[in-house]
Design a binder for this molecule. Structure first.
Ligand code: NDP
Ligand code: 8X3
Length: 252
């Protein structure tokens, strides 16, 4: 039977890895992100590589009306979304909270919190109606405790944890499951984005430690999605072996 996963932020990193992993498990995919060209390259790769159907949808999760239009544009046979992976997100800057950049703050809050909420609000009612579905939110170890210069990003990921918990409570009377995945250091484009394209500073984040890969996180996402219907993987913290928390990292 056709299974559909919608992945936000599928143009890069963890989202792209989830797209490949779920395609490998024969999910048809709705892949989203802002970079339309990358979405169409990814759609070709997945269709040819895995023989699944792929629908690329380009929109910005911060734009509530664009999110609404994109979801309303889904053809009827794409509307029954089984798995929503709320992955689109970013960190910007590493300044102390008293010196941060207002625009960076607003972008993080609008993407990581409000974007995730828009997607959830528009996709989950269909899951409730069909009595079937799974929401996988990509939170972070950063949501467990603040670290220096990360307060606003950490706050957005703490929000993802609480929004996941709240959604799980509100859906407890249904078969719809909610999972919050909390990765530690994953080598993706994340640090390039955080440091506004300063690639040297970005690569230092992963110096002296073997970081996680997008694939490592996608493995856990697929495991959660494929767990038996009575099993709800509520939350998973996934760290590199030499990372103990958001701020304790042992480098050689
Ligand atoms: P990447 O920068 O590699 O990927 C981020 C993805 O988010 C891109 O596909 C990007 O697509 C999409 N995105 C960003 N902003 C928007 C937007 N406004 N609208 C739509 N899509 C958007 O980073 P990661 O793969 O590492 O990050 C994915 C998630 O994982 C994020 O939520 C991040 O906070 C979280 N995370 C990352 C960790 C890490 O160490 N890397 C650890 C813990 C959590 P496009 O640019 O095409 O719009
Ligand atoms: C990304 C992980 O520790 O860089 O959420 O904030 S960290």
């Amino acid at each position: 039977m056709k299974k559909i996963a919608l992945i936000t932020g599928a143009t890069s990193g963890i989202g792209a890895a989830c797209a490949r992993k779920f395609a490998g498990a024969k999910y048809d995919l709705i892949i989203t992100g802002r970079r339309e060209n990358l979405l169409s390259v990814m759609a070709d790769e997945l269709t040819q590589g895995f023989g699944v159907q792929v629908l690329p949808l380009a929109f910005d999760v911060r734009d509530r009306e664009a999110v609404r239009r994109a979801l309303a544009s889904l053809p009827a046979d794409w509307c029954s979304i089984d798995v929503l992976i709320n992955n689109a997100g970013l960190a910007l800057g590493l300044e102390p909270e008293y010196a941060g950049d207002f625009t960076d703050w607003e972008t993080m809050i609008d993407t990581n919190v409000k974007g995730l909420l828009y997607m959830t609000r528009l996709v989950v009612p269909g899951m409730v109606e069909r009595q079937k579905g799974h929401v996988i939110n990509i939170g972070s170890v950063a949501g467990d405790a603040a670290y220096a210069g990360g307060a606003v990003y950490c706050a957005t990921k703490a929000a993802v944890k609480v929004l996941s918990d709240g959604l799980r409570i509100d859906l407890a009377h249904t078969p719809v499951r909610v999972t919050n995945l909390k990765p530690g250091l994953v080598e993706t484009n994340f640090s390039n984005v955080r440091f506004h394209g300063d690639t040297e500073r970005a690569s230092n984040v992963y110096k002296g430690i073997q970081p996680l890969t997008g694939d490592d996180i996608a493995d856990v996402a697929l495991y959660a999605a494929q767990a038996p219907a009575h099993v709800q993987i509520a939350e998973v913290l996934i760290l590199a072996t030499h990372q103990a928390s958001g701020s304790v990292i042992c480098r050689n």
